[in-house]
Ligand binder design. Structure first.
Ligand SMILES: NC(=O)c1ccc[n+]([C@@H]2O[C@H](COP(=O)([O-])OP(=O)(O)OC[C@H]3O[C@@H](n4cnc5c(N)ncnc54)[C@H](OP(=O)(O)O)[C@@H]3O)[C@@H](O)[C@H]2O)c1
Length: 318
């Protein structure tokens, strides 16, 4: 039996569905039943139920977006750093392995190769020269790997408070007990709704163009569980669909596949975006998921995952 924390959330629901599909026995625990965010109740829960593995999808995300975390710093720190630390230590003392949903939002930009193949990190992919290179020479854009130090964190700012806490949690729990840190990034799928990236893009009054690696929500849950089932080495894994997309590419795909005839308006630049639509810095980044592939867990390319989500698109009932 597996224990699933945060099953009521957007990511937790995908794990619950995937575990059900696989026929893997699991018990979902909600804070309404046991306050698993505190060390003692959590340790008692683990001792009483003795799960083979704990899947942690609980955390503090900020609604409707990460700007809310700036106004709820204590809750963000508690939900994203102190709680994962309690979880890792409670699992460690009870000898139970775990998987924790982390985030790719602890990076900004990508690694760019010059014409001689020398690679340098570039935090802002929207700088005109860099953006041109991204468009014209996509093979020169390399994602951050798991051994690259986060560059959108409290240690390497500026960053959002949310991203800062996600990076801090990774640092605090890496090597505590036996666990996976599964890095998710901008989840999407075919189910229209306020948390789905493909819905958000359609609902924004103006779209913010940037470059990102992104994760199909079901693919993410599958890949995370596959790592555990294959007994891949514990550690950190970037779990994004291989490749990257610009927001403009996503918009064009949405227009074509959903046969939308409306025009999308874009922010002119970062100043325009941060002046009118966002308060805290946003992470936009490219991640390298080859460690996942090397562990024998395959994810389909980002273009295929987007096309399937749009082919099966289910508009939200109003
Ligand atoms: N959604 C994204 O875009 C995204 C991207 C990258 C990473 N992540 C990470 O994925 C994890 C899950 O995110 P999500 O989008 O599924 O979040 P969500 O929809 O808000 O669900 C999180 C769940 O966590 C539990 N929880 C425990 N402590 C909490 C707290 N202090 N505040 C709020 N909820 C708390 C709640 O379940 P109960 O109360 O029922 O126990 C809640 O349903 C988080 O760690 C997040 O950082 C999310």
């Amino acid at each position: 039996m597996l224990l699933l924390l945060g099953a009521t959330g957007y990511v937790g629901q995908a794990f619950a569905e995937e575990l059900t599909r696989r026929g893997t026995p699991f018990q979902a625990v909600s804070r309404a039943e046991v306050d698993y965010t505190r060390f003692e109740p959590l340790r008692e829960l683990l001792k009483a139920r003795r799960p083979k593995f704990v899947v942690n999808c609980a955390g503090y995300t900020g609604k409707p977006n990460v700007d809310a975390c700036e106004r709820a710093r204590a809750e963000t720190l508690q939900g994203n750093v102190l709680f994962p630390m309690s979880l890792a230590h409670a699992c460690s003392v009870t000898g139970i392995p775990f998987g924790h949903v982390s985030s790719g939002c602890i990076y900004s930009g990508a690694k760019i190769a010059d014409e001689f193949g020398r690679v340098r990190p570039e935090k802002d992919l929207m700088v005109p020269g860099v953006r041109h290179l991204v468009e014209q020479h996509p093979t020169r854009v390399h994602g951050f790997t798991e051994i690259d130090t986060p560059n959108f964190s409290f240690r390497d700012g500026p960053c959002s408070f949310y991203s800062g806490t996600k990076a801090l949690a990774e640092e605090a729990i890496a090597g505590v007990g036996g666990g996976y840190l599964w890095r998710l990034r901008i989840p999407f799928d075919e189910v229209d709704g306020p948390r789905n990236y493909l819905s958000k893009v359609q609902r924004y009054a103006k779209v913010y163009d940037n470059v990102n690696s992104i994760s199909h929500r079901r693919d993410f849950a599958k890949a995370s569980l596959d790592l555990w089932e294959r007994q891949a080495p514990f550690g950190t894994y970037n779990i994004t669909n291989p490749g990257w997309v610009t927001t403009r590419q996503v918009v064009e795909r949405i227009k074509t596949r959903l046969r939308l005839h409306r025009e999308f308006e874009y922010f002119e630049n970062d100043t325009d975006f941060y002046h009118s639509a966002a308060q805290t810095p946003r992470s936009n980044c490219v991640l390298d998921s080859s460690k996942l592939k090397a562990a024998g867990v395959l994810m389909r390319p980002v273009e295929d995952a987007l096309d399937e989500a749009l082919a099966r698109w289910t508009p939200e009932q109003k």
